[in-house]
Ligand binder design. Structure first.
Ligand code: DX5
Ligand code: ZN
Length: 222
């Protein structure tokens, strides 16, 4: 499974976003955290801002919707050209129906679970999704510590996708990913890694991305 490193622009400089997007040009996708101050206790940006990011980004967009009403808003992100749109399973009554609507636009459909939410109900429906995001922190803020106790969920999704021969299903982790924790998540079966603080906080973002990618490759299950 190809390792993908998706830097989170939550850790970028919001008044120099175009510059910071160029500094992650060697990433696979750029992770865009949309927060509404209702689903999570934090507020970031919406459709208008993401449309501009899409226009200048050197890599495709991986939109993570931490919002209360994804049934209303998700299609807007898919239609503006985001490569991938991920909504939270906790925020919709019918994740399969929403994923089908996203896929119809040509975007990849992702479903996310908070640390306290199980994946058992999703496992029989993996064919309806292009990405499963297992949160490794409580959504809402960057800079939090990685929660290793969610790794059994990563293993469960990985085992099921191998049984289903779903090589095209991306298994993403998000929160507290750095040079140490990426190895743990890669060993559990994750292939797509969101990293904010560890990419932007110090050094050159593109170099940090390459280092993370190499560590993940070494620790990935073969
Ligand atoms: C948290 C966001 C994450 C966050 C990750 O709610 O979904 O994408 O930006 O940031 P770090 O890598 O700093 O934990
Ligand atoms: Zn995120």
């Amino acid at each position: 499974m190809k390792v993908k490193i998706n830097p989170s622009i939550l850790a970028a400089d919001f008044v120099n976003l175009e510059r910071d997007l160029q500094r992650i040009s060697e990433s696979d996708l750029v992770h865009i955290d949309v927060m509404d101050n209702h689903f999570v206790p934090n507020l970031t940006f919406g459709l208008q801002m993401v449309t501009r990011i899409q226009a200048v980004s050197p890599v495709p967009l991986d939109v993570h919707l931490m919002i209360e009403d994804p049934d209303r808003w998700a299609l807007g992100y898919a239609e503006l050209g985001a490569h991938s749109v991920t909504f939270h399973s906790e925020a919709t009554e019918d994740p399969v129906a929403l994923a089908r609507r996203i896929r119809k636009t040509g975007a990849r459909a992702g479903v996310a679970v908070k640390p306290g939410t199980g994946v058992q109900e999703l496992l029989p429906h993996l064919d309806e999704f292009d990405q499963v995001l297992v949160m490794t922190v409580e959504p809402g803020f960057g800079g939090q510590s990685f929660m290793e106790f969610v790794m059994p969920k990563v293993r469960a999704v990985n085992e099921r996708r191998m049984l289903d021969r779903r090589d095209d299903l991306w298994l993403q982790v998000d929160g507290g990913i750095d040079a140490t924790t990426i190895a743990i998540a890669a060993q559990a079966g994750a292939d797509t890694f969101v990293a904010g603080t560890s990419v932007f906080r110090e050094g050159e973002p593109n170099e940090n991305i390459q280092k993370l990618r190499e560590i993940a490759r070494i620790h990935q299950l073969s």
